[in-house]
Design a protein around this ligand. Structure first.
Ligand SMILES: Nc1ncnc2c1ncn2[C@@H]1O[C@H](COP(=O)(O)OC(=O)CCCC[C@@H]2CCSS2)[C@@H](O)[C@H]1O
Length: 391
């Protein structure tokens, strides 16, 4: 709350220069519209800009469409599990400079961005929030300029030839809200599928799961469609579409002042944005925010470690991970292994507890084992290691 007040005072003077109004009075009836074009291609900066505007800008009488692009990244929803949604261990090698992993503030599933993907954020006051209206703007823009007919699916994806071209998510607060969506224009589909590829790693969780769809790029329909042209095409369609007003309980057409604005997301323009960006980049936000989950794997114990080979011989390792950290590790040891004298290496298990669920925890595990381990302990250790390595 303190942040809001501090920033509003400092920013209002700055915005006045560009004909923006911070926290305009409720008496004003007209709704202005602006298109902000972010000059950054960095996912953390752009998510910080979105968050800054959401928290600090007054959208009561001024609606904003923010248009933005990113270098390659995977963007998971606020309540998702990155180890379940993204190919974490491969992200650094998929493209020359790697694919960033980011967690956004809105809910919903995981998407891939690169410079062949355009993002659009529609900011309004909460009582003006209308996803359908926004998607219709995009639909009309594509039809008017290129004659391309998009459909709005029941899930509010935009589709073309029954394939997805756009995914949607939203942040609804008070007094402001935003609806943001992607638009696949010429994204690298191979990188997209590699970045989101996941084999079943035995994770159980209540976290939001993504809904995989067959996707299509707009350029497959018409090679003339380029992200660089869409800034203007979508921007103008938004500005020419009359804002929805709720005056007198009905829909009213409001007056508008129109304009595009290049936005440079720095602390000078948006005091405090750097701090928001830093937080979005932390391990605590990206991984630590993951809803509680368990990861389990079963392993067949080799006959030479068992006394009785007639009974089931599966060893099961289950890790409980909360706040991205290993809270507990359970071993379910088959009777044949117990009978052979295995008691379990308690140190192996307890040394993992409290550590981040990552390769780091694996290193710690190996270190704590030391050089001398019995075959049975080694088998168990290998099983635990495989659980760690599978994500
Ligand atoms: N860029 C992009 N656009 C459209 N669809 C995509 C994209 N990347 C992946 N996918 C497909 O969507 C599903 C996930 O669908 P799902 O419906 O689960 O999730 C979404 O759509 C979320 C959209 C979030 C939009 C925000 C706007 C600005 S920051 S991110 C994925 O498995 C792929 O099949």
């Amino acid at each position: 709350m303190a942040l809001v007040h501090r920033n509003v005072v400092r920013v209002s003077a700055l915005l006045a220069r560009y004909n923006f109004r911070a926290y305009s009075t409720p008496a004003e009836k007209d709704i202005k519209k602006s298109v902000f074009i972010s000059q950054s291609k960095d996912i953390f900066t752009n998510l910080a800009l979105e968050d800054w505007l959401y928290r600090n800008f007054d959208f009561t009488n001024h609606h904003v469409l923010m248009l933005w692009q990113n270098d390659p990244c995977v963007v998971i929803g606020r309540h998702q599990n990155p180890w379940l949604e993204a190919n974490i261990s491969e992200l650094t090698s998929i493209t020359e400079n790697g694919v960033q992993l980011a967690r956004r503030n809105s809910g919903g599933g995981t998407v891939f961005h690169d410079q062949g993907n355009l993002n659009m954020t529609f900011f309004t006051a909460r009582n003006h929030y209308n996803r359908k209206y926004n998607l219709e703007v995009i639909k009309r823009a594509l039809f008017r300029e290129y004659g391309v007919k998009l459909e709005i699916s029941s899930r509010e994806d935009l589709t073309l030839r029954n394939c997805k071209v756009s995914g949607t998510a939203a942040k609804l607060g008070r007094p402001s809200a935003y609806h943001h969506c992607t638009l696949l224009v010429s994204a690298n589909k191979l990188n997209l599928s590699q970045a989101l590829q996941k084999v079943d790693v035995g994770i159980e969780t209540n976290a939001t799961k993504s809904i995989k769809s067959k996707i299509i790029n707009l350029c497959e329909e018409d090679p003339k469609i380029k992200v660089s042209s869409l800034y203007k095409v979508v921007g103008w369609e938004y500005l020419r579409t009359r804002a929805l007003s709720i005056k007198d309980g009905g829909m009213e057409l409001a007056n508008q002042q129109k304009g595009f604005q290049m936005v440079n997301p720095t602390d000078l323009w948006f005091p405090g944005i750097e701090e928001i960006r830093t937080n979005l980049q932390t391990w605590n936000w990206r991984f630590g925010k993951t809803p509680k989950f368990t990861i389990s794997r079963s392993f067949t114990v080799p006959d030479n470690l068992l006394i009785n080979t007639d009974v089931p011989d599966d060893l099961k390792v289950t890790m409980i991970v909360e706040g991205g950290k290993i809270m507990d590790v359970n071993l379910f040891v088959p009777p044949g292994l117990v009978a052979s004298g295995f008691t379990g290496n308690v140190n192996v298990i307890t040394s993992l507890v409290g550590h981040r669920f990552s390769e780091e925890a694996l290193d710690n595990l190996e270190w704590s084992l030391g050089a001398l381990i019995s075959d049975k302990d080694k088998f168990v250790t290998d099983c635990v290691r495989q659980v760690m390595q599978s994500v």
